[in-house]
Design a protein around this ligand. Structure first.
Ligand code: ADP
Length: 386
């Protein structure tokens, strides 16, 4: 069975076609620069990486283009899986799209303004171009629905939290689930896992026996770790103080904390970890130090929350590719039982991803994430049950 997987972001649509359950990727690519003023859309097939300019104005046209491309290649599609960032409290599992699901996705536009609108556009475009084909919504928040109240409740007045749905939702759930499942396939004895997804967006999740029990992103993907351009944890007084002192509008505050903060904000140089690691600039060094220090604090706190830890996983662009960052985060954590092996950390392929030393009581792994495959698996699971 072939499953088309779509990830409609604010300015791009990533797609891949999977043969399941054998889990073979048939084709994949990205259409980017949608809605970016002055730059034409590009279609980049992952197999050749040569950008081809497209005359496309919105997500619906991008999805129609992708479906036509698949049809022309002669491959059939049995179902379409959509990444949906915010599913709120209603969705604890991936689900077949119906009117109620679409209403729920739009209900959360307010709290996921950058993500849920393009996610829904993708679903609607598929319904229009491929009527009758099952669409499945796979939520980034679903994996975190097992987080207990003690970790998901903010200490604000109860009536406000209830009225506005203010609680920890958590994100990157598709990735955290994928890497933890991959680990436990090989090591079923690992129960207490700390999964570190470190990329432009970064989050850490504490997992106990396959269930998320806490995660660093919260009501929005802004909380928690320092990220490429996102601030992560802040004293809530700071935005209020800045609003007053600088006369800022909410849109300007959102832009400061989402787009101008994090590594980019601290360094004043770049949001790109590689550039900061190459730089001798003091602010770049400080940005990297703060990034690692924050990650270390979360790992420590989740070791406390889990009352121990069997394994730490690193994934995401930084987590998978930077031995230096992994080392900085885990250095001086031997008190907690986590010790890296220098050689393994620098050559992850030689050790099936294990980078801890033989005398480390917490085992540490690098596991490349594969959110597309997770989307295909979840979609297959849902359509197989119908
Ligand atoms: P996104 O969250 O947008 O999917 P990625 O997971 O692709 O982001 O991660 C992008 C980040 O990974 C960038 O900061 C980039 O510099 C970093 N990165 C990629 N390769 C390396 C590397 N070899 N060393 C350090 N950082 C890296």
């Amino acid at each position: 069975m072939n499953i088309l997987v779509l990830n409609c972001g604010s300015s791009s649509v990533k797609y891949s076609l999977w043969d399941v359950p054998v889990e073979k990727k048939i084709v994949s690519g990205i259409i980017d620069c949608i809605h970016v003023v002055g730059i034409p859309c590009n279609h980049i097939r992952n197999s050749d990486m040569i950008p081809e300019e497209l005359n496309i104005d919105n997500h619906a046209e991008a999805v129609a283009y992708i479906i036509n491309l698949v049809k022309k290649s002669g491959a059939d599609i049995s179902a379409i899986g959509h990444r949906v960032v915010q599913g709120g409290e209603r969705f604890k599992e991936s689900t077949l799209v119906n009117e109620e699901v679409k209403d729920a996705i739009s209900h959360y536009f307010d709290i996921a303004p950058l993500h849920n609108p393009p996610n829904l556009e993708g679903v609607l475009a598929c319904e229009e171009n491929y009527p009758g084909l099952p669409n499945v919504a796979v939520f980034d928040t679903a994996f975190h629905q097992t987080i207990p109240d003690v970790a998901s409740t903010y200490a604000i007045p109860k009536y406000l939290a209830k009225k506005h749905g203010i609680r920890r939702y958590g994100f990157h759930g598709i990735s955290h689930k994928y890497v933890s499942v991959e680990l436990t396939k090989n090591f079923p004895e690992m129960k207490k896992i700390i999964s570190c997804h470190l990329g432009n967006g970064s989050s850490i999740t504490a997992i106990n026996s396959g269930k998320s029990i806490d995660t660093s992103m919260g009501f929005s993907p802004l909380e928690g770790l320092v990220m490429g351009t996102r601030a992560g944890d802040l004293d809530p007084e700071i935005p209020i103080y800045l609003m007053e002192k600088e006369g800022l509008k909410t849109s300007e505050l959102l832009s400061i904390f989402n787009k101008q903060s994090g590594l980019a904000g601290i360094s004043g140089i770049s949001s790109d970890m590689r550039k900061l690691l190459e730089s001798d600039d003091q602010s770049a060094n400080l940005a990297v130090d703060i990034y690692c220090y924050r990650a270390k604090k979360y790992i420590g706190s989740y070791m406390a929350a889990l009352n121990g830890c069997d394994a730490i996983i690193f994934t995401g662009g930084i987590g998978e590719n930077s031995p230096e960052i992994r080392n900085m985060i885990l250095s001086s954590m031997d008190f907690f039982g986590a010790k890296l092996d220098k050689k393994r950390n620098e050559n992850t392929e030689a050790t099936f991803g294990e980078i801890s030393s033989n005398d480390s009581s917490v085992r540490v792994f690098v596991i490349p994430t594969n959110e597309e495959l997770m989307l295909a698996r979840e979609t297959f699971k849902v359509v197989s049950m119908v």
